[in-house]
Design a protein around this ligand. Sequence first.
Ligand SMILES: NC(=O)c1ccc[n+]([C@@H]2O[C@H](COP(=O)([O-])OP(=O)(O)OC[C@H]3O[C@@H](n4cnc5c(N)ncnc54)[C@H](O)[C@@H]3O)[C@@H](O)[C@H]2O)c1
Length: 365
Amino acid sequence: MQSDIAVLPGDGIGPEVTHEATKVLGKVADIFGHKFDFHEGLIGGISIDTTGVALTEETFEMARGCAAILFGATGGPKWDDIGGTMPSNRGLFRIRKELQLFANPRHIKMLPALVNCTPFKSETVEGVDLIILRELIGGLYFAEPRKQWSTAEGRQAVDTMFYTEAEIARVVRVGFELARGRRKRLMSVDKSNVLQTSSLWRKVATEVGKEYPDVELSHMYVDACTMELIRNPRELDVLVMDNTFGDILSDEGSMLCGSLGMAPSASLSGSPGGKVFGLYEPIHGTAPTIAGQDIANPLASILSAALLLRYSLELFDEALAVEAAVNAVLEEGYRTADIAEKGRQLIGTKEMGQRVADALTSSRN
Ligand SMILES: NC(=O)c1ccc[n+]([C@@H]2O[C@H](COP(=O)([O-])OP(=O)(O)OC[C@H]3O[C@@H](n4cnc5c(N)ncnc54)[C@H](O)[C@@H]3O)[C@@H](O)[C@H]2O)c1
């Protein structure tokens, strides 16, 4: 099978971790007899420095024309504060919005080898396997007005929380579809006791739920859910929520699998199950303080590449093989600094990527 894959590494540790993910994808192609053509482009701060904008038309069109996008991360102190508008993120936001990547499943899975790598008791995190499905192109992060201004009484600012019924229904539907393929439990998370958008969210989720009688739907307020996520994470399966809540809860959730460096994500234009276009990225950012030191954990990026194989290329065996290779390397005791453990061998970004690629080879021999 031949596939074109856009690779947008971005800033900070983005290029380091993305390079390891493409290394692993290249090995998948060799072993399974595919041809992946990687098309690399600039995005974010590095694109601003080189071209004057966070994403050129040329790069946008290139990415749109591929089967999927492998993305690193964008931003950093050099660009984030320009006018308070985070210009380096505009490239990513444009891709998400214009390509309608509204559904963002973020996978939080505790791999058995890492059960002692979290701040939690092992019995709390053992077996955790949940998805935080974040609505990605609506709500507080996109709606207008959003601005700051000065008045005689001091500075003021506004952001807008806005959702349409259709925007809620389509992401909730993806939640039901994901839940159907798992433990058939969907939790819709909102703040419907306070927010009008959340009240609509709960009504729409309940209505859509009638189409899925085989999936058990429950609702929880977001504040209670932040607690439930660390109190009883093993009970949770698929959680669907708006853009802001999903952003925050998924970072919290990443601690359940050891590190931000272990949590992959997909940004999809529809339900998984057919070949769906998507952008694949680790949920972490550019981690500027550790960039360029060969110490970042590339596994979230590698696991995002596995999601790319599964959701956009429908290469299910290949996706499983990558996940098994990650597992094997961790079981052998190799760790990057963020998941370091006494008695385990500390290795760098490149070596971790290479070891996963090598484990992939040997797992097929
Ligand atoms: N999708 C994106 O491109 C995206 C997402 C989040 C943040 N950002 C940007 O990233 C920059 C830094 O943001 P931040 O510090 O809030 O979040 P961050 O995710 O970059 O880092 C948070 C913490 O986790 C650590 N960390 C993150 N990824 C790691 C990895 N793979 N291995 C080891 N440790 C890792 C960092 O060192 C840091 O201590 C900002 O400019 C922000 O705007 C971009």
